[in-house]
Design a protein around this ligand. Structure first.
Ligand SMILES: NC(=O)c1ccc[n+]([C@@H]2O[C@H](COP(=O)([O-])OP(=O)(O)OC[C@H]3O[C@@H](n4cnc5c(N)ncnc54)[C@H](O)[C@@H]3O)[C@@H](O)[C@H]2O)c1
Length: 349
């Protein structure tokens, strides 16, 4: 069995590699990534790519079709994967997240790949506080990032058939420790703030709803989409991926961290403009279709995992919001140092 994972050198990828390697010790597993964040390892063990058969480096905008020969499953993680970068690089975000995903999916179909797994996002629901959104609910993408996910889902729908199964996971916001940790995610930011300055600063008024999922539970869900049969959800499936127990308001997340670290202070910015990105999500379909791949982590043990992981690496970056733990910071740094251009393409040496 051959599995190709694009974007494996990011926050989610290492867990996905691990999940497949653990469950399929004999599989051939390949990674493909441009490597923007490759060197930012955040654990003291072996690099996660040691579990791969081959690591390819390249740009998904120029993906070599030959790499798909004999591949059974493509897990497409490569993306400009947050709003701050997406807002600054809108066209690039569409090129990488949308056009390249569709182009790789078309190549995959031509090359006889059986499964295509796409990492979409619950952010497609945008502003949706009133009732928990289901897969058939109207989408309301508010940012270039969220739009790129909607466009991709729409075009992928036309490609699936009895030989080419497509799963679009609309993932909740990720959290938790990873071998390539990032702190530009709400829970991770709170834990880092609590550890380094004894304070959580909520950048909104704390009321927005945000479903969360542990990054390792994302990997379990992805493995399920590789294993699922066509009659378990159909040739083409969009599925909210997370758990109904994990719909939280941002201020509740801060309180949970405080529950484990009682001495810390939580400051809510009462004057903050309301954050329009607020959504509650119904994960009932995922529970029905994938009862054996439901999230295993709790919010508490995700927080503990972050505390332990950050302590283990001796993390003490007080100004972490301006550090290599933020993806926009890394991208800006690569541009400023002439490593990538304004289209985020590698500048040749
Ligand atoms: N983290 C979340 O909260 C979350 C939630 C829902 C969905 N997702 C989706 O899951 C996927 C993985 O997310 P992540 O948090 O690991 O993101 P990440 O930014 O940490 O990693 C993305 C990876 O894609 C690679 N990449 C970007 N552009 C590329 C290009 N042109 N060619 C080749 N590789 C390229 C980067 O180098 C990076 O290693 C993304 O598609 C993201 O949109 C993430």
């Amino acid at each position: 069995m051959k599995i190709l994972i694009t974007g494996n050198l990011g926050y989610v990828g290492p867990g996905v590699v691990n999940e497949f390697r653990t469950h399929y010790p004999d599989a051939e597993i390949f990674g493909f990534d441009i490597g923007y964040f490759a060197k930012h390892i955040t654990n003291n063990t072996i690099i996660p790519e040691s579990y791969l058969d081959i690591q390819y480096y390249g740009d998904v905008r120029n993906f070599p079709e030959r790499l798909l020969e004999g591949v059974d499953t493509v897990v497409n993680l490569a993306a400009i994967s947050n709003d701050p970068i997406g807002n600054k690089f809108e066209e690039v975000t569409l090129d990488i997240n949308y056009k390249s995903s569709i182009s790789i999916a078309k190549m995959a179909k031509r090359m006889g790949v059986k499964n295509f797994v796409f990492a979409s996002s619950c952010s497609v629901y945008g502003a949706a506080e009133d009732a928990a959104r289901k897969e058939e609910s109207k989408v309301n993408p508010l940012t270039a990032y969220a739009k790129s996910k909607v466009f991709t889902e729409n075009d992928l729908a036309g490609l699936a058939d009895e030989k080419f199964k497509i799963t679009c996971h609309r993932f909740a916001t990720a959290c938790g420790m990873s071998e390539r940790l990032r702190l530009d995610l709400v829970l991770n930011d709170f834990v880092a703030g609590a550890l380094t300055s004894g304070e959580i600063t909520i950048l909104s008024d704390g009321t927005p709803w945000r479903p969360l999922i542990n990054v390792k539970d994302m990997a379990r869900a992805i493995r399920w989409s590789h294993e699922r049969k066509h009659d378990e959800g159909g040739h083409f499936l969009i599925v909210n991926s997370g758990s109904d127990q994990w719909n939280y308001q941002v201020k509740e997340l801060a309180e949970k961290v405080q529950g484990l670290m009682p001495d810390i202070k939580v400051s809510i910015n009462q004057n903050a403009a309301p954050d329009k990105r607020s959504y509650r999500v119904d994960f009932g379909l995922f529970k029905k279709l994938a009862p054996d791949h439901q999230p295993l982590f709790t919010l508490e043990n995700s927080i503990k995992g972050l505390i332990d992981g950050l302590n283990f690496i001796g993390f003490n970056v007080k100004d972490f919001r301006n550090s290599r733990y933020m993806r926009l910071y890394v991208i800006n740094h690569l541009i400023e140092n002439g490593i990538i251009d304004n289209d985020l393409k590698l500048i040749s040496i």
